[in-house]
Design a protein around this ligand. Structure first.
Ligand code: ADP
Length: 590
């Protein structure tokens, strides 16, 4: 459907273009013809007076000749040979001076008695021209004018004739006729350079002078019978068959000249008309091509503009959609955020709960540990206490005996023993503290304090405790909790070596990169493979009930993690377990 429409449009446009080109051609030729017509008219207007002048120049010559005594004399005495000779000589002289074709004199019968060309083979003397109209006119006292081909010379010419009066008196009886023949050949010669066809036709439409030789003695239209008869009678175009000119150009300009009804005609060259038409058509084609190209460019431009507008609209729509999406998404995010915030609040609550629970747990673990240590501590306190009593009893005896020196010695021992008890109790008091206090912790001191609290236990079980602690290693945290971890690890080590042959626990302290490393190695059997995975799980224990709760390592691990540290365990190559506690070293200036 669309293709058909396009085809129709194309055909229509093509037809229009053809029409415009054809119209331009016609307009071009019309204009050129018009121009040529005007040009021709101007040319003819210039040419016609020339011809007119040429014809008029000799108008009076025969009239004047009519009064020549030689002519009158000869006509009066045609058989007077000297008179005829004088006549011929006069005519010849005048002809040469006036530069005309010929001058001749005829008697009343039309017989030529004298002529300027008397001495030439085709001279007129003896010829009769009574059939020529100019002779007839002059014989009747009028001026005779005629154009025709000479019957003797076969040369065309313009003849002017005047009567010769017998007594030399105008209006008197006519003795004869004098005629002058003028050649128009020179005039015609000036036309030869012209591109256009120039022709001179007589009143009956017969062309007798032209720059195109094939046009001469042709008629513009078919001659009627009367005219043909007339031509035959006057022998105007002696021996020439007048045929109509066929296919001559219709475009010509004409100007009448002279007194014989002549028409001077100009046929401008058709090629110029044609060329103008073709030029106009070519210009139209060029214009059409320009129009086509510019309309195509315009069309392209409009299409591009439309496309750009469409894409801009699409972009706008996309932007609007994006805005909508952003609004929607923002709303969603806000909702999610609110949701998260409430979740976070709940989480914080839970964390708080967990922390307090954890604190409770740590405290519980600590108290449990104290419980476990109670036997050892009791023993530790009992020893100095028994010693104090013994020293006091002995002092009393020494006092009774008046041995003051021994009393003083015993009192010194009592003081020493009570100081030791004070130290033990002090440690326990500090350890039982519930609150967390974060401060700088000297790890060597913590190691020693932990060892001190378990000293009696180790001794009781005949386990050697070796301490290899470097001084000056400090971390940030709660010393009590660190000691809680160390005591827990030392107790586990003690339990592990209890049944072993070699009973050694080594506690080391050193720097390990940015961390402080506390290691507790024992000479026990190591951690069984099935236990490794569950080591730090709460309530995991391999010990008989009453001895272990399975909370020690779980609590220790959580304490260490809270201080950004790490608690790991592995078995040593030579046997026994090794626990490693890493805490970040206190940075300089803190
Ligand atoms: P508990 O000491 O109450 O059992 P822990 O959490 O302290 O609880 O220890 C968990 C378990 O890890 C112990 O039951 C024991 O089997 C194992 N364990 C801990 N320390 C050692 C060690 N030094 N050598 C071998 N096994 C150990």
């Amino acid at each position: 459907m669309r293709a058909q429409k396009n085809l129709l449009l194309f055909v229509f446009t093509f037809a229009c273009a053809l029409g415009v080109i054809a119209g331009s051609y016609l307009a071009g030729t019309w204009r050129a013809r018009e121009e040529l017509r005007q040009q021709g008219q101007r040319q003819l207007q210039l040419m016609a007076p020339d011809l007119q002048t040429l014809l008029q120049k000799y108008e009076t010559l025969p009239f004047v000749l009519g009064f020549q005594p030689d002519l009158i004399e000869a006509l009066a005495h045609p058989s007077d040979a000297p008179a005829i000779t004088r006549l011929n000589s006069t005519l010849q002289t005048i002809q040469q001076q006036a530069k005309v074709g010929a001058i001749y004199v005829m008697d009343r019968d039309g017989l030529t008695i004298g002529a300027s060309n008397w001495d030439q083979p085709l001279g007129f003397v003896g010829k009769n021209f009574s059939y020529r109209p100019y002779f007839d006119a002059a014989l009747h006292g009028r001026a005779g004018r005629f154009y025709g081909i000479g019957t003797s010379t076969s040369e065309a010419g313009y003849f002017i004739a005047q009567p010769v009066y017998r007594n030399g008196t105008a209006g008197g009886p006519v003795a004869g006729v004098v005629a002058v023949k003028i050649s128009l050949a020179d005039f015609e010669r000036t036309w030869r350079s012209s591109d256009d066809t120039i022709a001179l036709a007589d009143s009956s439409g017969v062309i007798f002078l032209s720059n195109r030789p094939d046009w001469i003695y042709r008629s513009l239209h078919a001659l009627d019978a009367a005219t043909e008869r007339q031509l035959a009678h006057t022998q105007q175009y002696t021996g020439q068959k007048i045929t109509p000119l066929s296919g001559h150009a219709d475009l010509f300009v004409t100007q009448s000249v002279g007194q014989l009804g002549w028409q001077l005609m100009l046929f401008p060259g058709q090629s110029r008309v044609l060329r103008a038409g073709v030029q106009w058509a070519a210009a139209a084609m060029l214009l059409l091509a320009c129009a086509a190209v510019s309309s195509w460019a315009l069309h392209q431009r409009r299409r591009r503009l439309e496309e750009r507008m469409a894409s801009a609209a699409a972009l706008r729509q996309a932007a609007a959609e994006l805005d909508d999406k952003i609004v929607e998404r923002t709303q969603q995010l806000r909702t999610t955020n609110q949701h998260l915030e409430s979740k976070y609040a709940k989480l914080q609550e839970t964390e708080h709960l967990l922390r307090s629970t954890q604190n409770e747990l740590v405290q519980a673990g600590k108290l449990a540990m104290l419980g476990q240590m109670a036997a050892g501590i009791t023993h530790e306190l009992n020893q100095p206490l028994a010693a104090i009593r013994a020293f006091a009893d002995n002092a009393r005896v020494f006092l009774e005996r008046g041995q003051g020196e021994q009393v003083a010695g015993n009192l010194g021992h009592i003081s020493e023993a009570s100081a030791r008890m004070g130290a033990i109790i002090g440690q326990l008091k500090g350890f039982a503290r519930k609150d967390e206090t974060v401060a700088t912790v000297d790890l060597a001191a913590s190691v020693r304090a932990s060892a001190f609290l378990l000293e009696s236990e180790f001794r009781r079980h005949a386990v050697a405790l070796e301490i290899a602690a470097s001084d000056g290693i400090r971390v940030t945290g709660d010393s009590v909790r660190i000691e809680q971890v160390l005591i827990n690890l030392l107790r586990n080590a003690l339990d592990a070596v209890e049944t072993a042959e070699r009973r050694v626990v080594v506690i080391g302290l050193e720097r390990d990169g940015a961390c402080a490393l506390v290691s507790i190695s024992d000479s026990g059997e190591g951690i069984p493979e099935q236990v490794v995975a569950h080591l730090f799980e709460p309530f995991f224990t391999t010990k008989p009930s009453g001895k272990g709760l399975g909370l020690g390592l779980a609590i220790s691990s959580s304490i260490v993690q809270a201080m950004n540290g790490q608690l790991t365990a592995h078995n040593q190559v030579g046997g026994g377990a090794r626990f490693e506690l890493r805490l970040p070293l206190q940075t300089e200036g803190v």
